[in-house]
Design a protein around this ligand. Structure first.
Ligand SMILES: [Zn+2]
Length: 345
């Protein structure tokens, strides 16, 4: 039975295949996934296992799992990773990971999926089994997931010097209605899916947004707003433009709802700044939510202002770059915005 040098499990499904290129191995581990490691690093990871802490092993394991889908199907190489640059995700992101995993693995609304809790560690980014159990309990108390019979199965494992009997924790997990709502929301998030194609750093703040762009404008600029929204949406991005969402807005408490959109759920906020914009109650409310967010995320571009006339946006530093509608057509602005969206994912 082979051992996975990263997480050190001995499991009948672990395979270690020598790979010619510069004395590498390709490891396939049911917990971490598939990855490449050099012979010398393999030795370092296995010979003196105390060399690497449990936390660092968990970080490697999570990173490998996140990079299972790489461009041109190359097997993820962990050799030159500086693990100090990575962090395990916090409880919110771990919760998202677990809910996403359950949602993907069950077929029916009340279905359950069984899994060894040890194998879940790398799926969600927990340090160890205790971390998994803690998260399961947390989401159960939150009424988002359902976990039934946590059974312990006995299994016989072969060791170098004979056989050992070991216990395996098995979890049976399902989603409650509240969890389904979260899963559906997560499915819409493109950024998390895209992340797995890159060398994702679990500690980057690239959180998952419901919309790529939210457009804030006064009625007088509706024509421009609609044109921009349509151009961006045609390229496959999610745009919040009120007319696209009339059905969704019906009956909502709009103050609360818009606060969520302009203050949290969008990657960028485009504002058409005009005399009319500064006068209206609604647009002022949207502007305040957006500025609150911009203040919280200092240093990160969030508000993208477009000047329709000479009006200034209250509370906006004069150093912020505006685009002038007198200089740029909406088509030009759409091209600039699409460039921004591409580089920010
Ligand atoms: Zn492993």
């Amino acid at each position: 039975m082979e051992i996975c040098p990263v997480c050190l499990i001995r499991h009948k499904e672990v395979t270690v295949i020598p790979y010619d290129y510069r004395n590498y191995y390709i490891i396939n581990c049911p917990r971490c996934g598939k990855y490449r490691i050099s012979g010398s690093k393999y030795d370092l990871f296995t010979k003196d296992s105390e060399n690497i802490s449990e936390l660092d092993r968990a970080k490697y394991s999570y990173l490998i799992k996140q990079n299972q889908k790489t461009e041109n199907n190359e097997v993820f190489n962990i050799n030159n990773i500086n693990i100090d640059e990575y962090k395990l995700p916090g409880i919110e992101e771990q919760s998202d990971n677990l809910i996403r995993w359950i949602g993907k693995n069950i077929d029916t609304l009340d279905g359950h999926k069984q899994i060894e809790s040890l194998l879940l560690t790398s799926e969600i980014g927990a340090k160890n089994i205790n971390g998994v159990n803690y998260l399961v309990k947390f989401l159960q108390e939150n009424n988002e997931i359902d976990s039934i019979d946590i059974t312990q199965q006995l299994s016989i494992n072969e060791k170098d010097d004979g056989f050992i009997l070991s216990k395996t924790d098995i979890l049976s997990l399902g989603l409650k209605p509240k969890g389904w709502v979260r899963f559906e929301k997560l499915k819409k998030c493109r950024s998390m899916e895209m992340k797995s194609f890159k060398n994702a750093k679990p500690n980057d703040e690239d959180y998952c947004y419901e919309y790529d762009v939210a457009i804030s404008f006064a009625g007088t600029e509706r024509e421009y707003a609609e044109q921009l929204a349509t151009l961006i949406e045609d390229k496959g991005y999610k745009v919040f433009y009120d007319k696209f969402f009339e059905g969704k807005l019906w009956g909502e408490d709009l103050i609360e709802y818009f606060h969520e959109i302009y203050g949290k759920n969008s990657r960028y906020c485009v504002i058409f700044v005009s005399e009319e914009y500064n006068k209206r109650m609604w647009t002022n409310h949207e502007r305040k939510s957006a500025q609150e967010r911009a203040l919280k995320e200092r240093g990160k571009t969030y508000i993208l202002p477009i000047k329709v006339d000479d009006s200034e946006l209250p509370g906006m530093p004069s150093t912020i770059k505006y685009l002038l509608l007198s200089d740029h057509s909406i088509e030009d602005i759409a091209i600039i915005l699409l460039e921004k969206l591409k580089t920010s994912i």
